[in-house]
Design a protein around this ligand. Structure first.
Ligand code: SAH
Length: 252
């Protein structure tokens, strides 16, 4: 039977475009106190940095092993569930869940052996629509409406705490039926979206319209479906056939 430390290893905390290295250090401390160690940094403004180490207060192992990436998608490789933390609802209109519900979903996925990402935005601007579009749900810490934004590392602490409480609580394994086919990870989903976009171009779907909005909608649809690897292969096959037919039609 899986033990709590194994579950923790499947869970990563992703900080996107962090401005202040102190917040990276505080976040490292926050997750370390709750039994987590995997931190992924996407385009941090300053890192490594002595301020990060100062605020990590001994959680230097977390900082030393943190992954550094140029793009959010690279930080999500291997994960099949991504939850974006945001103080505000954005245009993407993802399902909104509480940190407690998020913890339950994360642990259920981890108990199936799946990797999970919790994604946090920039201190000032939060997560962009394009970033939230790579997530499956939005997690909102229920703060007051007229002052809703927590400090980044405090938001990390709240989420890590909820995960810790859920892990110490009831038997998460019991509620986690194993899937017969592995879910597609973020990288495979991204390859699918690239193929989908190419196919839509090839069949001249957009007819001069700007593709951004429709692509975000389609992402939302397929993120919700959470296809497994076999399903994704079928979808790629359909796209490839559509492209082939478009080529034939162009030749006539
Ligand atoms: N003005 C920004 C605030 C960013 S705070 C915004 O509205 O999004 C930095 C990060 O901390 C956010 O991107 C989010 O990941 C997290 N955070 C802060 N307050 C939060 C809350 N109430 N619920 C969920 N996440 C929150």
């Amino acid at each position: 039977m899986t033990t709590a430390p194994d579950l923790a290893a499947l869970i990563r905390f992703v900080l996107v475009r962090t401005s202040h290295p102190g917040n990276i250090g505080s976040a490292a401390r926050a997750i370390r106190t709750m039994g987590f160690e995997r931190l992924e940094l996407v385009a941090p403004a300053r890192f490594p940095d002595t301020e990060a180490n100062a605020l990590a207060a001994g959680a230097d192992d977390v900082l030393a092993s943190a992954g550094i990436h140029d793009e959010l998608i690279d930080s999500l490789a291997g994960s099949s569930l991504a939850l974006g933390l945001s103080a505000r609802r954005r245009g993407v209109n993802l399902p909104e869940i509480s940190p407690r519900e998020a913890a339950a979903q994360v642990l259920a996925a981890a108990a199936r052996g799946e990797q999970v990402a919790l994604v946090f935005g920039n201190e000032r601007t939060g997560l962009e629509n394009e970033e939230l579009a790579r997530c499956h749900a939005m997690v909102r810490i229920p703060s007051v409406d007229d002052f809703s934004s927590l400090n980044l590392s405090q938001a990390v602490q709240v989420m890590a705490y909820e995960l810790r409480v859920a892990m110490l609580g009831d038997d998460v394994q019991a509620s986690a039926p194993v899937r017969d086919e592995p879910p597609a990870d973020a990288t495979q989903m991204e390859q699918f979206y690239v193929h989908l976009a190419q196919m839509l171009d090839d069949i001249e779907f957009h007819k001069g319209r700007e593709p951004t909005t429709i692509m975000l909608r389609l992402r939302k649809l397929f993120q919700r479906a959470q296809p497994d690897e076999r399903e994704l292969r079928v979808l790629h096959g359909i796209l490839a056939d559509a492209q082939r037919m478009a080529q034939l039609a162009a030749k006539r």
